[in-house]
Design a protein around this ligand. Structure first.
Ligand code: DX5
Ligand code: ZN
Length: 225
């Protein structure tokens, strides 16, 4: 762990339902009852090649679970769409820095709707242009794969950026969560944690397990060591 770990938030596991059975989402979400939040990947076939689900399905998911919803928007025009997920009662809405036209205004709009505001960076997007606006965010999502698909291999090249993000967040008092998403599993999670991540999205590692709640417990146990 980094030397400044005293500021660190306790680790959170947010399973991604991208690898769940989309015909049985309510049942699939009941299999992750010990999760800290449900990570919902919204893809529009424009910002990323893949297409998943949108507002009507998230509205139905909202009714099936009391777990917090962590919405990851991999879409164009998040300035228009993100506030509508907040209006549905989603606890956290993440937009991509590469897609947002006015990230500061968007973060403030999400807060005005009582949602947490988060911003995601693709692996090749630097954090430096965004350092001055970090204080507008509740969470920073560092993609550890190119967004679009589950089951890809973790990109170690993102680790130095996570370390830089951790230093910047600690300078601000350490309250902003640093989330990692992509290729997180029992083999990679400690590398991300050591670099400074505290919130871990895991899709295939949780939903390819026979017992998703047991897979969550295994990841927590690794982080507690
Ligand atoms: C990928 C999504 C991820 C995905 C992670 O673009 O944002 O949330 O579900 O899946 P794994 O954990 O399998 O890489
Ligand atoms: Zn995601």
């Amino acid at each position: 762990m980094a030397a400044d770990a005293q500021h660190r938030r306790s680790p959170c596991i947010h399973p991604s339902i991208l690898n769940a059975d989309f015909a049985n989402l309510a049942r699939e979400i009941s299999r992750i009852s010990t999760a800290d939040a449900v990570h919902v990947d919204v893809m529009d076939n424009h910002f990323v090649p893949n297409l998943t689900l949108g507002l009507p399905v998230v509205e139905s998911i909202r009714k099936t679970t009391d777990l917090p919803l962590d919405i990851h928007l991999m879409i164009e025009d998040p300035d228009i769409w993100a506030p509508q997920y907040a209006e549905l009662g989603c606890e956290s809405v993440t937009f991509h820095a590469e897609a947002a036209k006015a990230p500061v205004r968007l973060a403030r709009e999400l807060h005005a709707q009582q949602a947490q505001a988060a911003m995601a960076l693709k692996p090749a997007t630097g954090i430096e242009p965004y350092l001055d606006m970090l204080g507008e965010l509740d969470m920073l999502l560092m993609m550890t794969v190119e967004p679009g698909f589950g089951g890809q291999a973790f990109l170690d090249l993102v680790l130095p950026k996570i370390r830089r993000a951790r230093r910047a967040v600690d300078d601000l008092g350490g309250q902003i969560a640093i989330q990692v998403d992509g290729g997180i599993n029992a083999e990679t999670i400690l590398r991300a944690a050591d670099a400074g991540a505290d919130t871990f999205v895991a899709g295939s590692a949780v939903y390819s397990a026979e017992d998703p709640d047991a897979a969550i417990a295994d990841l927590r146990a690794l982080l507690a060591r």
